[in-house]
Design a protein around this ligand. Structure first.
Ligand SMILES: NC(=O)c1ccc[n+]([C@@H]2O[C@H](COP(=O)([O-])OP(=O)(O)OC[C@H]3O[C@@H](n4cnc5c(N)ncnc54)[C@H](OP(=O)(O)O)[C@@H]3O)[C@@H](O)[C@H]2O)c1
Length: 257
């Protein structure tokens, strides 16, 4: 996998914490040149110091309207070429839809709109060069509708479907596309989503998830599901009657709230 990333420019969104931060650290150790994107500039600067390779900090709110286009414009104006795009920034919020309907649209703006806009702006040049890759962070939650996590699950279903379709479209182009689908991971995600910390204790360590995602993209896997229990859960969603799957999904969220 080192050969796939070394001496290439990798843009990581949501690099200031959690899975994105762990990916950036691993990419730095493999000799990638990093473009680190998130809102918390201090955290990005601290990470850039730790990365051990060339790393540029781009403090940017990707949830704002037109934000991903503005970022792509900024990269083009500075002559920056992106070899690999990691669309990792995202958030969820647990609870009944009607209780947080307004904020829910923000999830679509970041998890779906910004991810799609950045891919739309950066992928064509990769295809022209016949090399590169897009790693989109989806979720186990993308495999089934989840009452009380309805919009989050729907955004991740979009990411999974979009990325797998893209993977097939890109066959033979030299450009990779993979969807990373983690189960619960102990990161800042829990606090922001309104789920208790202990809900995430059962999950894989964040470093293992980051590693699996980077390996999966280098190997051009359409879908990367890290960890056996997450694989079993994802597989089970294919066969479970849909009403039963929805009830289990809701139960899983409700015990964590
Ligand atoms: N943790 C889990 O259990 C889990 C499971 C499945 C999938 N995922 C997915 O994994 C991805 C990473 O999440 P994580 O678990 O690592 O959580 P995290 O620690 O909360 O990281 C989220 C990252 O996204 C960035 N971000 C949030 N809003 C942003 C915005 N408006 N503009 C730019 N950056 C923004 C955050 O940085 P700033 O706050 O500095 O902007 C942060 O770096 C997400 O897409 C999440 O849905 C997580």
């Amino acid at each position: 996998m080192r050969d796939y990333y070394a001496n290439h420019t990798v843009l990581v969104t949501g690099a200031s914490s959690g899975i994105g931060r762990e990916m950036a650290l691993r990419l730095g150790r493999m000799g990638a040149r990093l473009l680190l994107v998130a809102r918390r500039e201090d955290a990005l600067h601290a990470l850039a110091e730790e990365c051990g390779s060339e790393a540029a900090v781009i403090a940017h709110d990707l949830g704002a309207p037109g934000a991903a286009d503005a970022l792509a414009d900024r990269l083009r104006q500075s002559g920056e070429r992106v070899d690999v795009l990691v669309n990792n920034a995202g958030f969820g919020f647990a609870g009944p839809f009607v209780a947080h309907a307004e904020g829910a649209v923000g999830m679509v703006d970041l998890n779906v709109r910004a991810l799609t806009q950045l891919t739309a702006r950066l992928l064509p040049a990769m295809v022209e060069r016949g090399a590169g890759g897009v790693l989109n962070v989806a979720s186990l939650g993308g495999f089934l509708p989840i009452p009380h996590f309805a919009v989050y699950g729907a955004t991740k279903a979009y990411v999974l479907s979009f990325t797998e379709a893209l993977h097939t479209e890109l066959r033979g182009s030299g450009v990779h596309a993979s969807a990373l689908c983690p189960g619960p991971v102990a990161t800042g995600f829990g606090g922001r989503s309104g789920l208790k910390d202990r809900y995430f204790d059962v999950g894989l360590p964040v470093g293992a998830v980051a590693e699996a995602g980077l390996k999966g993209l280098a190997a051009n896997k359409a879908r990367v599901v890290p960890g056996w229990s997450t694989k079993v859960a994802a597989f089970a969603t294919r066969f479970a009657p849909s009403g039963f799957a929805r009830r289990v999904g809701q139960k899983a969220v409700d015990v964590g709230r």
